[in-house]
Design a protein around this ligand. Structure first.
Ligand SMILES: Nc1ncnc2c1ncn2[C@@H]1O[C@H](COP(=O)(O)OP(=O)(O)OP(=O)(O)O)[C@@H](O)[C@H]1O
Ligand SMILES: [Mg+2]
Length: 264
């Protein structure tokens, strides 16, 4: 059973995660006088996969933008490996909510875009080409984004992010725009990639099932301004759809919590 799961790759890596990789302390954020985030404190361990779950408009993208250095830290601090981090930092690779592939560039050029910041053009191409198969993009290297399906474009954007030499991946609703079946396939695929990538990951989503399926831990954002209202550790060493469908109780717990939050 375990071997089969390992072959399929649906095997959540449970190696000892002790060192704290990322920590936020008292992060607050205002847009033109409107406070969106209030005292955001959380930490993510090395190699851990954590989801940030919350209703639309609660401030999830704002939080990722602050971590990625696109928005400034107005109050509080961000620490990586115990050291304060400010502004754009090579610790983070960010996949924003829209795929942002450049329509006039081929898939290979798009995928190499950020990798070229860290490596020579030749090295970036080599690494991208050797990763195409596992990302389901083999044969599409010289196609343009408009020639790919939505799922393939998301995989290309994800590969571009994964090729950055950063130790923390920030993923903002990477499958939000996909239909339910493609979305499910992409979630299966990301689950199978988790152990291979072995990267500390923060995934933003408003999909409860997605958060349960992929995460070691879920942080639920709520309130206005938003703060972290609940933390859930997701047990489950070997995961597949059967396992996910059996998590109805956990799904219900999170659903009713979010529903209660939206009425506050
Ligand atoms: N540039 C901006 N200027 C002013 N207000 C903004 C700006 N960007 C976002 N906001 C507001 O801040 C709040 C949080 O927005 P944010 O995009 O972070 O939410 P979100 O949780 O990512 O939502 P979604 O799930 O829909 O992507 C919203 O009320 C939004 O209207
Ligand atoms: Mg968002």
């Amino acid at each position: 059973m375990r071997d089969a799961a390992q072959k399929r790759g649906y095997y959540v890596c449970r190696k000892e995660k002790t060192a704290v990789k990322l920590e936020t302390r008292g992060l607050c954020f205002c847009y033109e006088g409107k406070q969106v985030l209030e005292k955001i404190d959380f930490s993510v361990k090395e190699g851990e996969f954590v989801s940030l779950l919350g209703p639309s408009g609660c401030g999830k993208s704002t939080l990722l933008n602050i971590l990625a250095g696109i928005l400034p830290v107005q109050k509080g601090e961000i620490l990586v490996d115990g050291q304060p981090v400010k502004g754009l930092s090579s610790h983070f690779a960010y996949m924003p909510q829209q795929d942002l592939l450049l329509p006039w560039k081929t898939i290979l050029s798009n995928v190499c875009l950020y990798g070229r910041l860290h490596r020579s053009e030749e090295q970036a191409r080599e690494l991208a080409l050797s990763s195409m198969e596992v990302f389901g993009l083999k044969g599409y290297e010289n196609r343009y984004p408009r020639e790919l399906s939505g799922g393939m474009r998301q995989r290309a954007a994800f590969l571009r992010t994964a090729l950055c030499e950063a130790d923390i991946l920030l993923l903002d609703e990477p499958f939000g725009a996909l239909d339910v079946i493609t979305r499910g396939e992409m979630q299966d695929w990301l689950l199978s990639m988790r152990a291979r990538l072995g990267r500390t990951t923060l995934l933003v989503t408003h999909d409860i099932e997605e958060a349960i399926y992929l995460s070691d831990r879920i942080l639920v954002l709520g309130g206005s301004p938003a703060e972290i209202r609940k933390e859930i550790v997701v047990e489950g060493y070997q995961r597949d759809r059967e396992w996910l469908f059996a998590q109805r109780e956990l799904y219900g717990e999170i659903y009713y919590f979010l529903k209660g939050e939206s009425k506050r």
